[in-house]
Ligand binder design. Structure first.
Ligand SMILES: Cc1cc2nc3c(=O)[nH]c(=O)nc-3n(C[C@H](O)[C@H](O)[C@H](O)COP(=O)(O)OP(=O)(O)OC[C@H]3O[C@@H](n4cnc5c(N)ncnc54)[C@H](O)[C@@H]3O)c2cc1C
Length: 368
């Protein structure tokens, strides 16, 4: 390929991953971001859980997420080869139920997702305890997804920064005010929740999420080996293992671009996490942070060509870590003139023909 120039606007996980892989593919890449790696990608939990989050009626979200999950091992191996950075922190996801209604929902998910060829195993109380003995005795059932790992989002950002540098990406610590002013052959818009400020008709809005980081202390209950997900008082909560502790997430509100951490958010997250893993009371509360998920009306991203010069890669909502590998392949395909069939459901033009206003998620437990 003759070298052509590419401007990438936004340096979260999406923009950096696109910049890295495009530079490796031969593009001369410049990445713009006034605060690289400080957005939702820094805040996130790191679950890669499209199957455990499956719910009847959300076929396209399941298929899109599963297609990206299948790409994660190769994506992570490339990153490891390029930078030495290892991103995986857990191999499996265990969703647990505290009451009969939630246990019935786990069976619904297993049956529905199983119909698409994905294997999820329903466990009784003893089966859950055998896997994760530190969980609360009130846990009565579980759903094990052996193929759903988790990553450390901050290690991902560290790896992507190194990979971009090694591939020759030029980084400019500037906010882009007007895409038309950029003098590149092609432009990728990957500005997360702020993307609609540059293309106002994009149906992307900020969806606030608060999340906690808890550090393990000597003598405290060990960190679970798996991602643990549950619903407590109707609120979804999850625990994602880290080398030094647990990430507890996440609240979900429509609050504009506000990223204040509220007392109520922290209180609910701690109470709900403690109902699942009583031993977390002994951990250190090391961080409380909030971010803006780039939400869309149907929980699928916006990936594809807007003009002959602009490709959009935004709107990843609560699944941007999960869907990074598929996004990269879709954008590279678009830039090369061969759109990726698996990304068809994320066509950015889909709302102009079939307006939709479904809520962010109707699935139980569907929040990150
Ligand atoms: C609490 C929480 C928990 C989450 N947990 C998970 C999870 O477990 N699993 C999962 O898959 N996803 C999760 N997510 C979602 C995931 O974090 C996002 O979908 C993903 O980070 C989006 O990546 P991005 O690169 O598009 O956006 P961001 O990471 O927000 O990056 C956008 C970048 O664009 C830059 N920018 C903005 N405007 C401009 C401009 N005009 N010019 C230049 N640069 C600009 C910003 O500075 C920012 O760095 C979570 C999100 C939150 C908030």
């Amino acid at each position: 390929m003759a070298v052509t120039t590419l401007g990438v606007v936004g340096g979260g996980a999406i923009g950096q991953a696109v910049a890295w892989r495009a530079a490796e593919a031969g593009w001369s890449v410049t990445l713009f971001d006034p605060a690289i790696g400080s957005g939702a990608s820094w805040v996130a939990g790191g679950m890669l859980a499209p199957l455990s989050e499956g719910w009847p009626g959300e076929e396209r979200v399941l298929e899109f997420g599963a297609a990206s999950l299948a790409r994660w091992p190769d994506f992570a191996a490339r990153l490891r080869t390029a930078t030495g950075v290892e991103v995986f922190v857990a191999d499996e996801t265990l969703t647990v139920a505290l009451d009969a209604a939630d246990a019935a929902d786990l069976r619904t998910i297993a049956d529905w997702v199983g119909g698409y060829g994905h294997d999820l195993r329903v466990l009784d109380r003893a089966g859950v305890r055998a896997l994760e003995p530190a969980l609360a005795r009130t846990v009565r059932a579980g759903l094990l997804a052996t193929g759903e790992p988790a990553i450390d989002n901050r290690r991902l950002l560290e790896g992507l920064r190194k990979a971009c540098a090694a591939a020759g990406v030029q980084v400019r610590a500037e906010a882009v005010e007007d895409l038309d002013q950029l003098e590149f052959d092609q432009i990728v818009l990957a500005a997360g929740a702020a993307s609609a400020r540059l293309l106002p008709d994009l149906p992307v809005r900020p969806v606030k999420g608060e999340i906690l980081r808890l550090r393990h202390r000597p003598g405290a209950t060990p960190v679970p080996r798996r991602v643990i997900r549950a619903r407590v008082h109707g609120r979804p909560v999850y625990l994602v293992p880290r080398g030094d502790g647990i990430v507890v997430g996440a609240t979900q509100y429509e609050a504009g671009f506000d990223t204040t951490v509220t007392v109520g958010g922290v209180r609910d997250l701690i109470a709900d996490a403690e109902a699942i893993l009583p031993g977390i009371a002994e951990y250190e509360l090391s961080e409380a942070i909030a971010g803006s998920r780039p939400g869309t009306p149907d929980n699928l991203p916006l990936l594809g060509r807007r003009t002959d010069r602009i490709v959009v890669a935004t709107g990843h909502g609560r699944n941007g870590m999960l869907t990074t590998p598929l996004t990269v392949d879709a954008v590279l395909g678009e830039l090369a003139g061969s759109p990726l069939p698996e990304a068809r459901s994320a066509d950015p033009q889909r709302f102009t023909t079939t307006p939709s206003a479904s809520p962010l998620s109707s699935a139980p437990g569907g929040t990150r």
